[in-house]
Design a protein around this ligand. Structure first.
Ligand code: 13P
Length: 230
């Protein structure tokens, strides 16, 4: 089964940047991975390149109505998104999202048949207190253990944008904990300071189903290399 490699542009890019990004990506050797690009939602409709699958970076927990500034799952679908990130730690932090909001978002996406990519991960103090697995299980509390077709991205908060990554054994421990929470087979990705120097090691030494890449994905050639190495 082909691994998933997701580029999360976060709040970066422009129309021109995204066009050039795709061209430069294609100049690198192709990989046989499923490549997903989580663009700022405004740019989803403009991005017409069938080599990539599109993802939203967030979605409203409501389906429509008086929710100024928000985007519904239906709108994302209309603009070509087949996947959507939810629960990213930056959204949890800056938009005060709770596990309950995130579960509502999960359900909204399910109604539109958009594949959820649920991001979870512990802050540094939790890691230092050796409570990571408890913390992850708490973040998954509202999901049924019979849930099918889930993609969970394990992104330790302290590893995001810091250049730090967990020990391989710690990634595997988190992955095992996440898989063990569900009765069905699910996909688990790793994210947090992934680059072309560490992608192969993380990918080969754990049983992750792919990678979620932030900063390094903004460089298309670097991202294409990560996709080859994953
Ligand atoms: P970095 O790859 O920049 O650490 O970001 C990870 C991330 O948040 C992807 O969603």
């Amino acid at each position: 089964m082909s691994k998933l490699v997701i580029a999360n542009f976060k709040m970066n890019g422009s129309k021109e940047f995204i066009e050039n990004w795709a061209k430069d990506f294609h100049e690198e050797k192709e990989s046989n991975k499923t490549i997903i690009v989580a663009l700022p939602s405004l740019y989803l409709s403009n991005f017409k390149d069938s080599n990539f699958n599109l993802a939203g970076q967030n979605v409203s927990n409501q389906s429509s109505g008086a929710f100024t500034s928000q985007l519904s799952a239906q709108m994302l679908k209309d603009c070509g998104a087949e996947y959507c990130l939810i629960g990213h730690s930056e959204a949890r932090q800056y938009l005060m999202e709770t596990n309950e909001n995130i579960k509502q978002k999960f359900d909204q996406l399910a109604q539109e048949s958009i594949q959820q990519v649920l991001c979870i991960g512990e802050p540094l103090e939790i890691k230092e207190a050796s409570k990571t697995t408890d913390y992850l299980l708490e973040q998954l509390e509202l999901l049924s253990s019979d849930q099918e077709n889930i993609i969970i991205a394990y992104e330790p908060i302290w590893a995001i944008g810091t250049g730090l990554t967990p020990e391989i054994e710690d990634i595997q421990l988190a992955v095992d904990c996440i898989r063990g929470r569900f009765n069905k087979s699910i996909k688990v990705l790793y994210g947090g300071s992934v680059n072309s120097s560490n992608a192969a090691n993380i990918s080969a030494k754990t049983d992750i189903d792919g990678l979620l890449v932030g900063g390094a994905s903004l460089n298309p050639k670097e991202f294409a290399k990560i996709a080859q190495l994953c």
